[in-house]
Design a protein around this ligand. Structure first.
Ligand code: AP5
Length: 210
């Protein structure tokens, strides 16, 4: 496979994390999720985590320079190829990225606001292995442990309806302009995120093996 530098783009809840878990296994890419890295910084109460927490809890973006400084070294160290999940998220981040790494393909997963809210209010995540669940199809109401590792399932602090709405607003204002940015560079591919996750993954696999 020639495609080694891949980025996932899309609104909150589009299925980026769900797809990323399968993509890194199949295509041997290093998964770099800025959201996961930030949540780990918050949990460990690092200086970055303390700064980032307020932005994340409100559904706003963490300042560009902090994000670029956090991710640059990890991208440059991923010699076998990387999958960016949640980065870049602004034109400024995309411009910074282009100064130290190239991108072969940006996979843009679309999902309308109403479906984003429906999905994210029903999302639960495993504290142990990070497996992503949804109460509407693969988790019974009241189930609190991960079927894979036995870890505790939790609801993200930013998965409250008012925060989700703000995250979608922020996406439209600050992140959606990247669709045109990467389209102009000829690396953008768009998929319908409202389809089943296996169908979306099949579309991604077709793109990455074309
Ligand atoms: P981040 O963690 O990146 O959150 P996000 O982009 O808002 O995306 P999500 O993780 O909420 O959704 P997802 O697309 O991964 O969907 P998932 O697969 O879980 O960022 C969080 C915060 O960190 C930001 O708000 C910001 O503050 C900060 N941050 C992060 N990166 C930053 C950056 N670069 N710059 C500045 N700040 C940054 O799926 C969602 C649900 O849907 C799950 O329950 C899943 O089971 C279900 N599902 C998935 N696919 C399907 C399907 N096809 N059909 C039905 N259900 C599905």
């Amino acid at each position: 496979m020639a495609v080694k530098h891949v980025a996932l783009l899309g609104p909150p809840g589009a299925g980026k994390g769900t797809q990323a878990k399968q993509m890194v296994e199949k295509f041997n890419l290093v998964h770099l999720s800025t959201g996961d890295i930030l949540r780990d910084e918050v949990a460990r109460e690092t200086e970055l985590g303390k700064t980032a927490r307020g932005f994340m809890d409100r559904g706003e973006l963490v300042p560009d320079q902090l994000i670029v400084d956090m991710i640059r070294g990890r991208i440059m160290a991923a010699e076998s190829g990387f999958l960016l999940d949640g980065f870049p998220r602004t034109v400024a981040q995309a411009e910074a990225l282009s100064s130290f790494a190239s991108i072969d393909v940006v996979i843009n997963i679309n999902l309308p606001r109403v479906e984003v809210v429906r999905r994210l209010t029903a999302r639960r995540v495993c504290r142990g292995c990070g497996k992503i669940y949804n109460l509407t199809f693969n988790l019974a109401e009241g189930e609190t442990t991960c079927s894979d590792c036995g870890g505790e399932l939790y609801q993200r602090d930013d998965d409250k309806t008012e925060v989700i709405e703000n995250r979608y607003d922020v996406y439209e204002k600050s992140t959606a302009p990247l669709i045109e940015f990467y389209d102009k560079l000829g690396v953008l591919r768009t998929l319908d995120g409202s389809l089943g996750s296996e169908v979306v993954f099949s579309g991604i696999s077709d793109i990455l093996t074309a």
